[in-house]
Write a protein that binds this ligand. Structure first.
Ligand SMILES: *[C@@H]1O[C@H](CO)[C@@H](O)[C@H](O)[C@H]1NC(C)=O
Length: 501
């Protein structure tokens, strides 16, 4: 029978346990998305996004997490901060398509002229909240018109029939907050910015404080001045009196009255990403504020405060490296054909890695291959990550023998590694005769990422889809990751403030 039934069961249990959990929790400002959400949430958005591709077991990903969450808070209402768990079975093809080669990989995605065809570029900067926030803000598209005394009248005339908003500012630079505000109301409210030094314009609207935001309803010459705090949420509320913002708007839509009453708080919102950021506790607010304050309506200020203590700066994407451990674990060795078929070679089975071992299991190559496979699986298990089963089977097993001949793998005196997927009827051959853990892990990664050439697994190899047992089924069918749209907890919270505007 099976020599290591217990080990097999343990592997399955671990796999089950580790399944699916992403590293970003429900209260995180980071949107957990799947490959299926990407198009709708990111690619077709009018907003700029940053997307992290990660694996939950990856150390550099865990190191990045606090900085990434801080960045998400700072960017709330300005850009989307998302993460894709590439360890999820359903996301693997997507992560592969996006060219992800190591974890974490960060990509900035922003709208181009062609709707639905965004520009995607790798973020290669510092893995710090500030580095990420600055880079993302820099990529927020600008549809805010900069006006002076001369151009004001023409712009008013041109936009006669639409609602208009003008920000009067000390500065000429259009901040990311105002750029995001203009995107919130793209097609609904034309947004412009006028510098304090434009005396005639300032006088025309009786502006005495900077920044000041005014709203000019469609078809009207009268202006309404925004009172209270000039922050993102309050400004969205203010402009919402003429039109609700675009559906994708990351800023508050609800609780307007509250926002108006209490200008110390960023109002909560029904929009999923403002909501996510709104749910942070006050304990986090101070560290968020350190970066949040670098955004003002007036200009991007280079912050003098040091970034959050959690910030890690050093990492660049790194391929997964196997720790040089002195371990002699093993992988399950299956002797029975039926067992092999029920685990890996039926019409319902998912990815398996089979090590077909020579009759002489004590050959150097066999020992090396088994030890390498075991160390790779052990690493995943230790990290609580789900990985498909690795199974050893000797060439004397009739099913293995038939794999060798049917797939033309070669001599039964050598080690052969193949990946199989019964349900999709493909297999992939390990292309080398070097069985070091490093080499094999590269290959395992390519399978995880759904890369590399697949060959057709002949039906003769597969037994009819017997119902896999409950455990196998659980492992095989990860639940899709959902975007977090939970309600904000009701308890009162101190919101990270966005600025001192
Ligand atoms: C994107 O902007 C356009 C106007 O330019 C607007 O009509 C559309 O609703 C916006 N899309 C989303 C998803 O907000």
């Amino acid at each position: 029978m099976v020599r290591t039934t217990a080990l097999l069961a343990a592997t399955a249990a671990l796999a089950l346990h580790a399944q699916a959990e992403g590293i970003y929790g429900k209260t995180s400002g980071v949107l957990q998305i799947t490959g299926m959400d990407y198009d709708r949430v990111i690619a077709k958005s009018n907003y700029t996004s940053i997307v992290e591709f990660y694996a939950p077991w990856c150390g550099h990903c865990k190191n990045l997490k606090p900085a990434y969450e801080t960045a998400a808070k700072s960017l709330a209402g300005i850009a989307k901060v998302a993460a894709v768990n590439c360890d999820e079975e359903i996301n693997k093809p997507f992560c592969g398509q996006m060219g992800v080669q190591g974890f974490p990989t960060l990509k900035i995605v922003r709208p181009s002229k062609k709707p639905g065809k965004p520009k995607v570029e790798d973020y290669q900067g510092a893995r710090s909240a500030k580095g990420i926030v600055d880079a993302v803000k820099d990529k927020v598209p600008n549809i805010v018109k900069r006006l002076n005394d001369k151009s004001l009248a023409g712009w008013l005339q041109e936009n006669k029939d639409s609602a208009k908003a003008i920000l009067f500012s000390d500065k000429g630079v259009v901040s990311a907050t105002i750029r995001a505000l203009a995107i919130d109301f793209a097609g609904l409210v034309s947004v412009a910015q006028v510098k304090k030094s434009e005396k005639a314009a300032v006088e025309k609207y009786g502006i005495t404080e900077f920044p000041s935001l005014i709203l000019i309803p469609a078809g009207s010459d009268d202006s309404i001045k925004h009172e209270g705090k000039v922050d993102k949420a309050a400004m969205v509320d203010f402009l919402s009196q003429v039109a609700p913002p675009n559906p994708d708007c990351p800023a508050p839509k609800e609780k307007r009255s509250k926002a108006k009453r209490d200008d110390k708080k960023v109002s909560k919102s029904s929009s999923k990403f403002a909501k996510a950021s709104a749910s942070h506790k006050s304990a986090d607010a101070s560290s968020a504020a350190a970066t949040a304050t670098d955004e003002t309506v007036e200009e991007p200020i280079v912050p003098t405060k040091s970034p959050s203590p959690n910030v890690k700066d050093e990492d660049t994407p790194k391929p997964i490296v196997i720790p040089a451990e002195d371990i002699k674990p093993t992988i399950p060795l299956i002797a029975e054909s039926a067992e092999l078929q029920s685990l890996c070679l039926n019409e319902k089975s998912k990815t398996c890695i089979l090590a077909i071992l020579p009759k002489d299991e004590s050959s150097e190559a066999a020992k090396t291959a088994v030890a390498s496979l075991a160390s790779i699986h052990k690493k995943y298990d230790a990290a609580g990550a789900r990985l498909f089963p690795f199974v050893g089977v000797t060439a004397s097993n009739p099913v293995a023998a038939s794999l060798l001949t049917t797939l033309g793998l070669g001599s039964d005196e050598q080690v052969h590694l193949i990946a199989t997927h019964g349900k999709r009827a493909w297999y992939k051959k390990y292309p080398s005769t070097a069985f070091s853990a490093e080499e094999i892990e590269k290959w395992v990664d390519s399978i995880r990422m759904d890369e590399g050439k697949k060959e057709k697994l002949p039906n003769s190899i597969l037994v009819a889809g017997e119902k896999p047992d409950a455990t196998a089924e659980k492992v095989a069918e990860p639940e899709p990751v959902k975007i977090e749209v939970e309600e904000v907890p009701d308890e009162p919270e101190t919101q990270p403030e966005h600025n001192e505007l």
